[in-house]
Design a protein around this ligand. Structure first.
Ligand code: SAM
Length: 281
């Protein structure tokens, strides 16, 4: 059941995510110097949505930093690392990490061609993005591809597992290097068999990988159970726990002063049930 309209609706969730991130940036929750380039119609989100996005962004960032800062050195590979983002949408993490001098040796983003084409066009249009991927980068709007030494954007339907194998060689991914795989609000749009195959593919393909899954799940429904079961040695946290014990108290205090917030009950309910709605608000 992959009608055109369904596919378009799934892709549109990316525009909603980008607009929400921009809303957070404008209110001072987080810094992202690039997301505005990807949003055509800025919107103002409610404080509860902003806070939810902030928590998601801060949690991913903290884990990414832990991964990137970890000095795991092997004789033959040095400390090279990779990030693979599944259904990356218009995420700008690579450009931010470049600014911070923290970008890994290879950052690969995958999404539907309709989305990667738009992203490639935007990268080509804006000098501040182009300069981050280097002047020798190959950019094709038609193919929906950006290929540079350290950053690659490629079109693929994630349900097509053999194609994912091709991506490994196309993007020059080294499956033996430590790899941080991001699936942020993506697997929920797939049939359970497909998300299972993707998770299975990553564990078969990579020898040292962290799989960061952020999803609107109920830990006791079919999708939630499957996600938790699938990930070897997985830890699942609800966002209430992430917000109150993983994000620094100082950061919490800072963002709690940004807007009047009186939706406490709703916030607790929403976060404890893992954020239904935040991705596609
Ligand atoms: N990960 C990004 C973020 O958190 O900002 C984007 C999230 S957006 C809600 C979901 C993304 O997954 C969309 O860009 C959509 O096109 C992509 N996606 C969903 N199903 C996909 C599939 N089968 N193949 C490739 N991309 C897919």
């Amino acid at each position: 059941a992959d009608s055109q309209s369904n596919r378009a609706a799934v892709q549109a969730t990316n525009d909603d995510a980008s607009a929400s991130k921009l809303s957070c940036v404008k209110k001072g929750y987080m810094q992202d110097d690039y997301i505005h380039l990807f949003v055509r119609k800025p919107v103002r989100r409610s404080p509860i949505i902003n806070r939810g996005y902030f928590a998601r962004w801060a949690a991913l960032r903290k884990l990414l930093y832990q991964f990137l800062d970890c000095e795991r050195h092997t004789e033959e590979k040095g400390t090279k690392k990779q990030i693979l983002s599944l259904g990356a949408g218009f995420d700008t993490m690579y450009f931010q990490l470049q600014d911070e001098g923290k970008a890994p040796d290879l950052y690969v983003e995958l999404d539907f061609k309709e989305v990667t084409s738009k992203k490639a066009a935007i990268i080509e249009t804006y000098g501040q993005l182009r300069e981050k991927i280097g002047t020798t980068a190959y950019i094709s709007r038609e193919k929906g591809e950006v290929i540079s030494e350290h950053y690659k954007l490629l079109p693929v339907d994630l349900r097509d597992i053999p194609k994912l194998d091709d991506i490994i060689s196309l993007a020059n991914i080294d499956p033996s290097l430590p790899t941080f795989i991001i699936a942020e609000c993506v697997l929920i749009y797939l049939a359970p068999e497909s998300s299972q195959s993707i998770v299975g593919w990553t564990s078969k393909t990579f020898s040292t990988a962290i799989f960061f899954l952020y999803e609107q799940i109920h830990p006791d429904d079919a999708f939630g159970l499957q996600m938790i079961r699938n990930l070897e040695r997985a830890t699942a946290w609800d966002m209430l726990k992430v917000y109150s014990s993983f994000i620094e108290a100082q950061e919490r205090r800072r963002i709690e002063r940004l807007e009047i917030f009186d939706e406490f009950e709703e916030w607790h309910m929403m976060q404890a049930t893992l954020l239904r709605g935040l991705c596609n608000q």
